[in-house]
Write a protein that binds this ligand. Sequence first.
Ligand SMILES: NC(=O)c1ccc[n+]([C@@H]2O[C@H](COP(=O)([O-])OP(=O)(O)OC[C@H]3O[C@@H](n4cnc5c(N)ncnc54)[C@H](O)[C@@H]3O)[C@@H](O)[C@H]2O)c1
Length: 448
Amino acid sequence: MTTPLPRIPRRQFLRRAVAAATLLPVACASAPKPKRYAANEKLRLGVIGVANQGGSNLNAVASEDIVALCDVDRDYLAAASSQFPNARSFVDFRELLTDDSLGLDGVVISTPDHTHAPATVMALKRRLAVYCEKPLTHTVEECRTLQNLAAKHRCVTQMGTIIHAEPNYRRVVEAIRAGVIGPITQVDCWCPKSWCCAKPTPGAVPPERLNWPLWQGPIPDAPYVEGIAPANWRGHWSYGTGTLGDMGCHILDLPFWALDLAGPKGDRMIVAADGPPVDAMGCPEWLEATWVFPNAAPPKGDPLIVRWFDGGRIPPTVQEIGAKDRQDYFGRYMVCFQGTHGFLLANYGEMKILMVPDAVLPEPTIPASPGHHREWLDAIRSGADTGDGAPLCRFEYSAPLTEMVLLGTVAYRSRSQITWDRPLPVLANDPALKPWLTERYRDGWSLT
Ligand SMILES: NC(=O)c1ccc[n+]([C@@H]2O[C@H](COP(=O)([O-])OP(=O)(O)OC[C@H]3O[C@@H](n4cnc5c(N)ncnc54)[C@H](O)[C@@H]3O)[C@@H](O)[C@H]2O)c1
């Protein structure tokens, strides 16, 4: 399949050229190196969002000194406090993040997507280490802000894409880079889940245990929606990012890593998406998105194409090879790399190579991870914000990944094909996309 590359109108081209000429490099670190800690010194951590994924993250860092817990749900907070009776309890993360008496070294943020950025920005400005859940942010602009602040303040960061630390992703990355199926021309990714279709529930009242204004945080006040928390906020554009935003950071992480799309190959992308008619409130039941990377074209080949299918949509390539082999590749895997010699199918824990009968996997070269949370804790101790010893999903990597994922939702919601030059400031790419690239915060909340 070849997707024609659109011509950039002259006026837009000139605007981009001016913006590029005045662009500051992202990694303009101005702060001293991060503090180092003795191997046996316990880190003083605050945990924001303490139930469900927050509860898993809390347990994963429980070997450290948990000095502060924050949750807007009274019952969740009480349960976590009984587990860590020495930790101070907060309902508003802004109070936790401005309380110097806590002597924090880092924070773990596992709230819904729309509150990742405001909490993380406050933490980075205080030069705290941050472990933040995926997707890193709710909007593309927030994502850039976090990437720039983490670099500027030299903070040790990690996004919660825990599969990145598993062995199978490492083996797939090595196989793709070794050319086991030849240069890659296309990658299909899919997820049958469907986080969607939020509708208002007039007259619904938040449960007493939930502080609804603080749960909404920076988002302009809106009526409570029955059953929105926990978890179901994923299908609301105001708070979540649909199935693509929820699962894309895990699944698209694999081609993003293997094909080095955090680097210059991923600097330019053309993004398009399709789905049911766009709803202002609810995310779609299904969505298909395509990213075309002209800079990542195999030698003498067409541009690299990465595609996403959710809500049960089946990538045609996978359907076709499955039909030929009488195998349900769609049901078992979630990524299909198409190379010039064959296919490589992968899920979180296994891979299968098709049409290369004599395929030999390369010797492992990517070192094993000590564990996704442990990478972050070890890096805090050794003061490794970037380079050797730094967490692999630090914001330098995970912000561009999240940016790619979120641009799929922007293309869908704006019903437009986007030509995106990542080295440009967010709004220099196309100011008309502002409503979908940025967040309108309510009074009292801002990223600055
Ligand atoms: N890495 C993974 O594998 C994985 C798995 C599940 C969820 N997640 C991510 O974790 C995050 C949370 O997902 P979830 O399913 O646990 O959501 P959830 O709604 O079930 O839980 C969120 C928790 O944060 C609390 N919370 C909400 N707003 C808060 C605020 N403003 N301040 C303090 N606490 C607040 C809630 O009360 C609850 O305890 C999301 O970003 C999600 O994408 C990651």
